[in-house]
Design a protein around this ligand. Structure first.
Ligand code: DC
Length: 229
């Protein structure tokens, strides 16, 4: 990846857990031929490294040192899965243990600050689509296109439940609902970079929309904002 990035437009997709930001962002990156940044994977990758090295949450200096050494890629030819040193590490980022640790380290201001530059390096020609919680508010406040994707907690738990059942994995709806609600609460109320729509974001409530409709409308919005014919 070259890092000039001056005229690279940025599309940010922020929103709560389980709303489908990743699906939308990847499809937009595919449609427009842009790079992709899964900012949640940045926090998750740091969590995996810390768990591997036995680094505890209290050891902020060591976590910052690990953050400095992080180098992630999301190659389009591999369906934008997270890679470190050419190795697909996406599956290891999705464990419950990693999700919980990532959520805790994401609430530490020093860590968030350390990971800012890493995320900004993804702004490269011909453009970037990124998804997360604070991309439009903190990481790329000058982004040309900002979308805030929302859906009710119940709907997000339903979608996750269906996804797991479809994959043959047993799931408990109440448990999923409670865990999504707890993560929402933590993401929205933390003091550093809480989850919130940027003032200039286009807010999409997808509770009663199919993913196809969300992608179609969002692609039209991106085209209009970037004057792509
Ligand atoms: O989107 P996700 O579930 O993969 O994110 C993992 C964790 O990282 C989640 O607890 C929220 C946090 N996160 C964040 O604080 N800011 C971001 N831009 C992206 C994710």
């Amino acid at each position: 990846m070259s890092s000039s990035g001056k005229s690279a437009p940025v599309v940010t997709i922020d929103g709560p857990a389980g709303v489908g930001k990743g699906t939308l962002a990847k499809q937009l990156a595919q449609i427009f031929g842009f790079y992709y940044l899964d900012s949640g994977a940045v926090y998750r990758a740091l969590a995996v490294k810390a768990l591997e090295d036995g680094v505890r949450l209290e050891n902020i200096d060591k976590l910052i040192e690990l953050a400095k050494g992080l180098s992630l890629e999301f190659p389009q030819q591999e369906n934008f899965a997270a890679h470190i040193d050419g190795i697909n590490i996406d599956a290891s980022l999705r464990s419950e243990q990693c999700s919980n640790f990532a959520s805790q380290i994401a609430s530490i201001a020093g860590i968030r600050k350390e990971l800012l530059e890493l995320q900004r390096c993804f702004k490269v020609v011909p453009g970037l689509v990124g998804d997360g919680r604070d991309l439009g508010t903190v990481v790329f406040p000058q982004a040309e296109v900002k979308i805030f994707l929302d859906a009710s907690c119940e709907e997000r738990a339903q979608r996750r439940y269906k996804q797991l059942i479809d994959q043959g994995i047993s799931a408990n709806f109440e448990h999923l609902f409670d865990s999504i609600r707890a993560r929402d609460e933590r993401d929205r109320t933390r003091s550093t970079a809480p989850l919130a729509a940027a003032k200039d974001a286009w807010v999409v409530d997808s509770t009663e929309m199919s993913i196809q409709a969300v992608v179609k409308n969002s692609a039209a919005y991106v085209r209009e904002r970037l004057s792509i014919v």
